[in-house]
Write a protein that binds this ligand. Structure first.
Ligand code: PMV
Length: 363
């Protein structure tokens, strides 16, 4: 598959107005995407758990307009007009115009809301960009009704990627691979694909409790972080390691070997942050409480033998991962020992999910 296949032919239908809506989840990478080439092509493959509770709902209303000279849209968050969201969406529209040539033909109203607190430090770009991409695909499907479901999802993922790389892993669930690699047949740099091999019962309903260690604005954005992988002294080894880790994960996912799983994902999380610390300029996104939490998780694991592990995204928050079968004891530990390291004691209980859902708008 190449980009060309996402450029539509002439549409068969004419649509004057309507409303569509999607809810789309966030995702948490087990093997991390860090470093990209032009047009959001990843330097290495990544794999993620799709989440369930952390999601964005977007309602897209569209009315055909007279002139087609420029984009015309307004963005609302929780009912409030957000002119400051405009530039990011405009950049996205410019990037995808060749794939969605109808974008200048309509006046759009984009109404969005998140299930997680807006300033929680949880990136809303994956859920937000994928929800918007799915809404645009629903409009395109009306213009071109013979579209297959497979193409719909692939193109929604492809467009999400152009909005925010990791967003391409939010369309489906429960395990998604993005980035071409030898281990996973059908994998692509252009969009996410469902992990196609056997997954042990141990990983069904896997839990992710997100500890909100620091809700502040990050000092260094992901965009800057990705770019610092260009000319990074360890870039080549890191990209090769991600391929190797994906190959190692396959037998782990099949056998349900939880100790090996935890070792691999924790190493991935710390490697991600090691790349930040060894960039030039270097930076640190972990906070003292991030390390407190990690040390407590390790001590608790040693003491109890329970399968509690962690991963990190590009920030100070900690994702605590564990099997559903051990949830009761681990959640109690989180509440009594870890919550005190979170801002205002806040954490979000999430678990593995199965992807985005369309919301019926007919009244
Ligand atoms: O999608 P971006 O550009 O915000 O990058 C996300 C990068 C990480 O969250 C750190 C890793 C990942 O694979 O999601």
């Amino acid at each position: 598959m190449t980009e060309q296949q996402f450029i539509p032919q002439v549409y068969s239908k004419d649509i004057t107005e309507g409303t569509v809506s999607w809810e789309s989840p966030s995702n948490i990478a087990l093997i991390k995407y860090w470093g990209k080439k032009k047009d959001q092509i990843p330097e290495n493959p990544s794999i993620s758990f799709t989440l369930n509770a952390c999601k964005t709902t977007t309602v897209l209303s569209y009315t055909k307009k007279e002139t087609t000279s420029d984009f015309d849209f307004k963005v609302y968050l929780d009912g409030e007009h957000k002119p400051d969201f405009q530039p990011k969406i405009k950049t996205f529209f410019e990037r995808v115009l060749v794939y969605l040539p109808f974008l200048k033909d309509y006046t759009f109203k984009i109404e969005t809301s998140n299930t997680f607190p807006h300033s929680s430090g949880i990136a809303s770009s994956a859920s937000g960009m994928s929800a918007l991409a799915l809404c645009l695909m629903s409009l395109e499907q009306q213009l071109q009704p013979d579209m297959t479901a497979t193409f719909f999802n692939q193109k929604a993922s492809f467009l999400s990627r152009l909005g925010s790389g990791s967003a391409c892993r939010s369309i489906e669930g429960d395990l998604i691979v993005w980035g071409e690699n030898e281990t996973v047949e059908g994998s692509s740099d252009l969009f996410g694909v469902k992990y196609p091999y056997a997954v042990h019962e141990n990983f069904k309903n896997y839990q992710d409790t997100i500890l909100l260690v620091d809700k502040g604005e990050k000092q260094v954005s992901s965009t800057v972080g990705h770019n610092l992988m260009h000319g990074h002294p360890f870039a080549t080894q890191r990209f090769a390691q991600a391929h190797d880790n994906l190959a190692s994960l396959k037998p782990i996912l099949e056998s349900g070997h939880l100790d090996a799983f935890i070792a691999l994902i924790e190493s991935e999380a710390l490697t991600l942050h090691a790349m930040m610390m060894t960039s030039m300029p270097y930076f640190i996104l972990m906070k003292p409480n991030t390390l407190e939490v990690i040390n407590k998780i390790w001590a608790f694991r040693k003491e109890t033998g329970l399968h509690i592990g962690f991963t990190l995204d590009a920030g100070a928050n900690v994702h605590v991962l564990y099997p559903k079968s051990q949830a009761e004891v681990i959640l109690k530990f989180i509440k009594t020992e870890l919550a005190s390291h979170c801002q205002n004691g806040q954490f979000i209980c999430d678990e593995i999910g199965f992807g985005a859902k369309q919301i019926n708008m007919s009244h």
